[in-house]
Design a binder for this molecule. Structure first.
Ligand code: PLP
Length: 387
């Protein structure tokens, strides 16, 4: 059996993979089994922010793996606490819980908000208000948080205690939060899986003010938008708000599994011993990898991200075959005249790997993609837009 047949035989069929067998890569270039070169404009869905096989990242991992690969959370290890300190110093958040994925980072955020509200206001304050068209993960609780009915079908009953409001409708949000005795409001500043749609700035600031006034925990899901992807370290910084909880994963450890839930002043001590945990969470190798990444997401890199973002917006906004361009930083959705799936297929044939989100072509290139490589990819994508 070749790899396509073996995969079909032995791997649960949850992923509709592209028919490409990738074997190695460096930076923003990746190669298949036949040596064909692709420019990567997807970074493993917003994960490999410094490209494939990044040298500093490799060095950090191999140095740590030669010392300790795992200890459990019963002992102290340096990379875990170093990373937590750096994240707190860079964000003004107070404490961190480490897990292994975005969904788990959100589970932790939801547990923290519910415990805070139960202790402060009463056990009937448990509802988490989220936005329609959101995406927060695949566990039964984060699916419940995800405001898209089609993900729920056939998996009911999900975790109860979620309510959904239209993004941008502040009156509906306030009414729902008060009526349901909300513990928290949870949102992505840019809805990624929902079609790369940045939330309206007034809606976000009004939500933050309302949450603050009513002592409702504000959770910002930075799983996809975080760690430099938006052009700021975290996307909420673009909106000038201060969340109570920030969840992140994806680009944090550049491909090693690591989720983080950043707890602000209000909730920093909400968890006591035994309230939450994870065998692998805060693993020293993953945390060492993340330290090597977070150290390099500085003003210089972030201004490069914003510059490359402008290049992409400029190149596509009036291009033939394009209806609209949306997003923030290097998280971009292009609504094309031709079906997005067809564009992505043609790009792949011509040596560029792109993604889709809903009916859009989605671009999530590495944050450090060289400008000439980016321009080459843009030219190839543009050629694929013609009907
Ligand atoms: N939250 C957001 C905004 C996401 O985009 C994703 C994944 O795409 C998740 C949560 C879930 O993350 P994971 O797949 O690491 O569990």
């Amino acid at each position: 059996m070749n790899i396509f047949e073996s995969d079909k035989e032995y791997i649960a069929s949850t992923y509709n993979r592209f028919p490409v067998h990738l074997v190695n890569g460096k930076g923003s270039l990746v190669y298949d089994e036949n040596g064909k070169e692709y420019i990567d404009m997807g970074s493993g869905i917003g994960v490999t922010s410094f490209g494939f096989a990044d040298d500093e990242w490799q060095k950090a991992i191999t140095a740590q793996i030669a010392k300790l690969q795992h200890t459990s959370n019963l002992y102290y290890t340096d990379p875990c606490v170093t990373l937590a300190r750096k994240l707190c110093e860079k964000t003004g958040m107070s404490k961190v819980f480490f897990s292994n994925s975005g969904a788990e980072a959100n589970e932790c955020a939801i547990k923290a908000a519910r415990k805070y509200a139960a202790e402060k206001k009463g056990k009937d304050y448990f509802t988490i208000v989220t936005l329609k068209n959101s995406f927060h993960g695949r566990t039964l609780t984060t699916l419940a948080a995800t405001g898209q009915e089609h993900y729920h079908e056939l998996f009911n009953p999900l975790t109860p205690g979620f309510a959904y409001v239209e993004a941008g409708n502040i009156d509906e949000l306030k009414k729902t939060a008060l009526e349901t005795k909300a513990a928290a409001i949870m949102m992505e500043c840019v809805q990624g899986e929902g079609g790369v749609i940045a939330l309206d700035a007034d809606f976000v600031t009004q939500t933050a003010e309302f949450a603050e006034e009513n002592d409702i925990i504000l959770i910002i899901d930075e799983v996809q938008t975080g760690n430099g992807r938006s052009g700021k370290l975290y996307s909420y910084m673009t909106y000038g708000i201060k969340p109570d909880i920030v969840s992140t994963a994806k680009g944090l450890a550049e491909g090693l599994p690591l989720g983080a839930t950043l707890l602000g002043e209000k909730v920093k001590d909400v968890f006591g011993f035994g309230d939450h945990g994870s065998t692998f969470g805060g693993n020293p190798v993953c945390c060492a990898a993340a330290v090597s990444i977070i150290d390099r997401i500085d003003d210089n890199l972030l201004s490069e991200v914003r510059k490359k973002s402008s290049i992409i917006f400029e190149e596509f906004k009036d291009a033939p075959g394009v209806e609209s361009v949306s997003g923030l930083g290097l998280m971009i959705g292009i609504k094309t005249v031709k079906p997005a799936g067809d564009v992505v297929k043609e790009c792949m044939q011509n040596g560029v790997l792109c993604l889709t989100a809903k009916d859009k072509v989605r671009l999530l290139p590495a944050l450090n993609i060289p400008e000439d490589v980016l321009k080459k990819a843009i030219d190839i994508i543009k050629k694929s837009l013609n009907p």
